[in-house]
Design a binder for this molecule. Structure first.
Ligand code: FAD
Length: 449
């Protein structure tokens, strides 16, 4: 269908359909290259074109057009996902949702916005009303709210509020892929069919998320000779319900050594715990650090709105990015440690792998308290070795969400509801096909033209 560009522009207006190869290639990629396996498999995947969505009617018309012509569509926000979520596996059209970015309402305790709103812009507007985001990914400034809900999981603030599934999305409006796309308004349990669904069950148009009363935050780094002491300190801070915080992020040496902008604040050879806590917490943090055999080094008295370097720029998947900058052979996993048995599990990993597998842990709210999520880093050698590490973790009771696959079915994120929704909302399997197989063969995916 060589005429797609003209046809789409007829429906949406001039400038909305982009066929320029450089732009299309750029918008066909996300941060899939974090994984050497995904890099190899996805590097040549390119869409045929990009449609710039500015309004809800642009979205509806594009979906109806794609349905009629059996064209796969892949929604895209900031394109910062790590698993090739936004990479079009079967050509077709990428829907660039970043122009679809009106903040529709900031009310008392919530914000309603279009899916393409960037989280940094939303945080800024929320702060003007004395409120702030409850959770956001460390890619705050680039990531969109639709992309976070569609492909993210947790982030800064999750130590207090948990991940996307823990009441951090209040309502979604999503479009189906049919002759006449339906606008579904989704609340409650049913939102699980769309959260972290890579847009395979519907395209999010509008979202409502809860906001928290704004706090003043400050930053600090705890430093420890021994990993075990750093772990105990981090857990004590995480578990202290009287101490408001947004981040408790632990990094085994040599990972802190890769945080170049922080180099002069970090001591050689020491594990670092990066913290963002409410203003006025410093005395308590110092006391905890000393009692656990370490010290608070660097502090910053005002972290809000990321003036200059923010410690959160070194947390979550930013940690992996700094390591990759230093040595491109690094890669990572995403594992969940037990809230009660994590010290033993860490010791087991260290006993088995020594310095091969480096601890990077992010504490999160969990049933009954907090638990560390682990994004361990190691140098990639072979797929076999990678699988060995995964098997070992599973064997000691640590579930792994494998970030080296784009298939939702391969991880626990998928469940029956999502599969059922896919069949109902996308009968021709055109929404980001190949990500949620849901009984479709990969070969079965409809091809355009
Ligand atoms: P995109 O990458 O554009 O899209 C993500 C997925 O959602 C894709 O499958 C896409 O098809 C789909 N999608 C996009 N828009 C819509 C829509 N409107 N409707 C339906 N589906 C849609 N993730 C975290 O959860 N926490 C972190 O702390 C974190 N830190 C990161 C740090 C770095 C350095 C990097 C590179 C990534 C990190 N990520 C993190 C992953 C990613 O940045 C976030 O999940 C981010 O929220 C994705 O938003 P985005 O707008 O870039 O989404």
């Amino acid at each position: 269908n060589a005429g797609w560009q003209e046809e789409v522009e007829e429906l949406l207006g001039k400038g909305k359909a982009v066929a320029d190869r450089t732009v299309v290639e750029k918008l066909s990629k996300d941060y899939y290259w974090y994984s050497p396996l995904l890099h190899r498999k996805l590097k040549d995947k390119v869409a045929e074109g990009v449609v710039k969505i500015r309004t809800e009617s642009d979205l509806v018309r594009t979906l109806a057009y794609a349905y009629e012509h059996r064209i796969p569509v892949t929604p895209r926000g900031g394109g910062t996902g790590n698993y090739g979520q936004a990479v079009p596996l079967n050509g077709g059209l990428v829907l660039d949702l970043t122009p679809f970015n009106d903040i529709l309402e900031i009310g008392n305790g919530y914000a309603r916005c279009q899916a393409g709103v960037r989280l940094g812009a939303l945080e800024k507007e929320a702060r003007k009303t004395g409120q702030e985001l409850r959770i956001y990914p460390s890619t705050l400034m680039i990531a969109t709210i639709g992309g976070f809900i569609g492909g993210g999981s947790a982030g800064i603030g999750s130590i207090t509020y948990g991940g996307l599934w823990s009441g951090n999305v209040l309502e979604l409006a999503a479009y189906t892929m049919e002759e006449e796309p339906r606008r579904l308004v989704i609340r409650g349990e049913e939102m699980r069919d769309y959260i972290h669904g890579y847009g395979t069950t519907g395209i999010l148009a509008e979202v409502v998320i809860p906001l928290a009363p704004a706090k003043e935050w400050e930053e600090a780094i705890g430093q420890f000779e021994r990993l075990e002491d750093a772990v105990r300190f981090a857990n004590r801070v995480a578990d202290d319900a009287g101490l408001a915080k947004r981040v408790v992020s632990l990094h085994e040496w040599p990972l802190p050594g890769y945080f170049i902008p922080l180099a002069r604040h970090l001591r050689q050879g020491m594990a670092a715990v990066l913290l963002e806590a409410e203003k006025g917490s410093m005395e308590k943090l110092r006391q905890y650090a000393e009692e656990e055999g370490g010290e608070i080094g660097y502090t910053k008295s005002d972290s809000h709105m990321r003036k200059g370097v923010s410690l959160t720029d070194f947390t979550f998947n930013h940690t992996t990015l700094w390591a990759l900058k230093a040595d491109a052979s690094y890669t990572y996993l995403q594992a969940g440690f037990s809230s009660t048995n994590y010290e033993r599990q860490i010791a087991q990993v260290k006993a088995k792998f020594g310095d091969e597998v480096l601890m990077h842990m992010e504490w999160m709210k969990a049933p009954g308290g907090t638990a560390p999520a682990n994004l361990p880093l190691f140098k990639f050698t072979t797929e076999e070795r990678l699988n060995e590490i995964i098997r070992f973790l599973n064997g000691i009771g640590v579930p792994v969400n494998n970030p080296h696959t784009w298939k939702l079915d391969a991880n626990k994120d998928t469940y029956e509801g999502m599969v059922m929704r896919k069949k109902l909302n996308d009968p021709r399997n055109l929404l980001n096909p190949g990500k949620l197989l849901a009984g479709h063969d990969e070969e079965e995916v409809s091809h355009h033209g």
